[in-house]
Design a binder for this molecule. Structure first.
Ligand code: UD1
Length: 354
């Protein structure tokens, strides 16, 4: 069986890592296509190196652009690559423009498409990620869901017959890296010792592109009475300059985006996480640190139970929320036990046609 993975943005490299391992173990022929959506070393190359992912077989170097221009450029570039490779499955990951482009390019060529992380919904139709999820799920032939809530969403949309629950491959990689980090000891982050600081990230268009909203979030983080290590995505830096907003103010200490193992270590060493990232909300949950999410909704409603994750759409009261203690209750294993990638390899093998 030949599987062609389409990836392009940071969270997809994290998901690709355990899947590529499982394919190698099972002798699956694996072609990796990188669209080039993320091209900075800190958002791309370092993930391949740290997570020991095989180098992409094809790099499309599409780069940045408006949603339509970026997605369209990917479609154009992907078509001949998919046509030539003729894989048994095109595998797309998550909810980025690279996901949608991979799915559309494949269905147009009548190639079977599987969507990993299917069925997630925020129900916020203003998010580009939400369009990408819904459209990809409805285009794909096989929907690999990571939790029961996602299976429910797929069933509600009439997609139950194409859906399979496999667990979450991000749990696989998070636990693997956590164990390695704990063996090596926790780091100092932005000059702050383990147990003293908060980790923050902001990159969603809904938070960065409106100057008033970004100003409010930065003011909230600046007022946290502990060092806030803000790992700044390029979109955040660019928008802050455009809006005339200084990021390095009050408690905020701006640092570069962190490689995956360094982020896991930073979360483990933190008092809590403040973020609008999807992946980081779940990593905070898996690693047992309280998370404050700078959005009005989450794709991970399970993390809200017991107070591990709290939504803060207006960044009100952030100073207190960010430093609230970890809840005492258990964290149910909503996202599987770290064996999802093996399930992905098995399901794709069982369902390959021909
Ligand atoms: C993308 C995904 C988002 C994901 C995020 C993870 C979409 C619609 N969004 O958002 O779901 O959570 O990746 O990081 O696909 N830029 C650079 N260097 C890079 C990449 C981007 O400087 O390597 C800058 C460019 O100015 C670009 C902007 O960041 O215009 C946004 O990049 P883009 O890939 O369009 O979206 P992200 O915000 O990264």
């Amino acid at each position: 069986m030949r599987v062609l993975s389409v990836v392009g943005a940071r969270p997809q490299f994290v998901k690709l890592a355990p899947v590529a391992d499982a394919f190698a173990r099972d002798g699956v022929e694996h072609v990796i296509v990188h669209t080039g959506q993320h091209y900075d070393e800190g958002l791309s190359g370092v993930f391949f190196a740290d997570l020991r992912i095989p180098a992409p077989d094809v790099h499309l170097a599409v780069g940045s652009g408006s949603h339509g221009a970026q997605t369209g450029a990917m479609l154009t570039a992907l078509e001949p690559v998919l046509a030539e490779a003729r894989p048994d499955w095109v595998l797309v990951y998550g909810d980025t423009n690279s996901t949608l482009a991979g799915a559309v390019a494949a269905v147009k060529l009548h190639l079977p498409v599987a969507h990993l992380e299917a069925g997630l919904r925020s129900f916020n139709r203003r998010m580009p990620e939400e369009h990408n999820r819904v459209l990809t799920d409805h285009a794909a032939d096989l929907l690999l869901a990571l939790a029961e809530v996602a299976m429910g969403h797929l069933a509600d949309e009439g997609l139950a017959a194409r859906s399979v629950l496999v667990g979450d491959v991000m749990t696989d990689v998070c636990y693997r890296v956590r164990d390695a980090v704990l063996a090596g000891g926790l780091p100092t982050v932005a000059g702050a010792a383990p147990g003293e600081y908060v980790v923050a990230t902001i990159h969603r268009a809904e938070n960065t592109d409106d100057p008033d909203r970004l100003r409010r979030i930065v003011a909230g983080l600046a007022a946290v009475p502990a060092p806030v290590a803000l790992a700044a995505h390029p979109r955040l830096r660019t928008r802050a300059v455009e809006h005339g907003i200084t990021l390095e103010t009050g408690s905020i200490r701006v640092i570069d985006p962190l490689p995956y193992p360094a982020m896991v270590a930073a979360v483990l060493g933190s008092r809590g996480v403040v973020t609008d990232s999807g992946g980081l909300q779940k990593e905070a949950y898996l690693l047992g640190r309280p998370c404050t999410t700078l959005r009005g909704e989450t794709e991970w409603p399970e993390t809200l139970e017991g107070g591990w994750n709290v939504l803060s759409p207006d960044a009100d009261g952030l100073a207190d929320l960010a430093l609230r203690p970890a809840p005492e209750g258990e964290r149910p294993p909503w996202y599987g036990d770290g064996a999802a990638a093996r399930a992905v390899a098995r399901v794709l093998t069982e369902r390959a046609i021909g």
